[in-house]
Each structure stands twice: as C-alpha cells, then as structure tokens.
Design a binder for this molecule. Structure first.
Ligand SMILES: [Zn+2]
Length: 94
C-alpha cells in the first residue's frame, strides 16, 4: 500500500514538471500550472497542452526571424539574435 502512494506521488510530480515546462514554453504562469499539474496530473497536462500560447509577436511591428524564429522588428535588416541578414519589410506589410 505504501508503495502505491509513493508511485502516485512520483507520477503526479512528473505531470507537475511537464505542466510547468509546457506552461513556460507557452508564456503562461508556470507556478500555477505546476500546482495544477500536481493536483490534476494528466488533466492539467492536457489542458496546458491545448490552451493557446500567449502571442509574443505584435502584429504590424514585429515578425519572426526566418532563421532562428526569435521576434525581431519589421524593419530590421539583420536579426539581433542570430545576426543573419533578413529582408527588410515595410511596417504594416505583414
Ligand atoms: Zn535570427
């Protein structure tokens, strides 16, 4: 019986960890999802998996670098993250 409790704790902490990680990837509040993952296990992991990520690209002002995927300005001629040349676009073109 005691083994079963430890097994459950292990599984729930795994789900808590995965929920925490996915929440971070999506720009969500990691601490909340850590607790939800510990309480609800696979349900929380599923929920954080299906909620949309908080968009970090503001339309009309920024875009993603085609090389590294980081957010850069529309008018940038080179990516500030990976230093690759990118085609400058006019503001509002995207
Ligand atoms: Zn880049």
């Amino acid at each position: 019986m005691e083994d079963l409790i430890w097994y459950l704790l292990l599984v729930l902490s795994l789900f808590a960890g995965f929920s925490w990680y996915v929440a971070g990837e999506k720009g969500r509040d990691q601490n909340s999802w850590l607790i939800l993952g510990a309480l609800f296990g696979p349900l929380a992991l599923f929920a954080v998996g299906v909620i949309p990520a908080i968009p970090t690209v503001s339309p009309g002002k920024t875009r993603e670098c085609p090389t590294c995927g980081e957010v850069i300005k529309i008018q940038a001629q080179a990516c500030k993250h990976c230093c690759r040349d990118v085609e400058p676009l006019e503001e509002g073109a995207v």
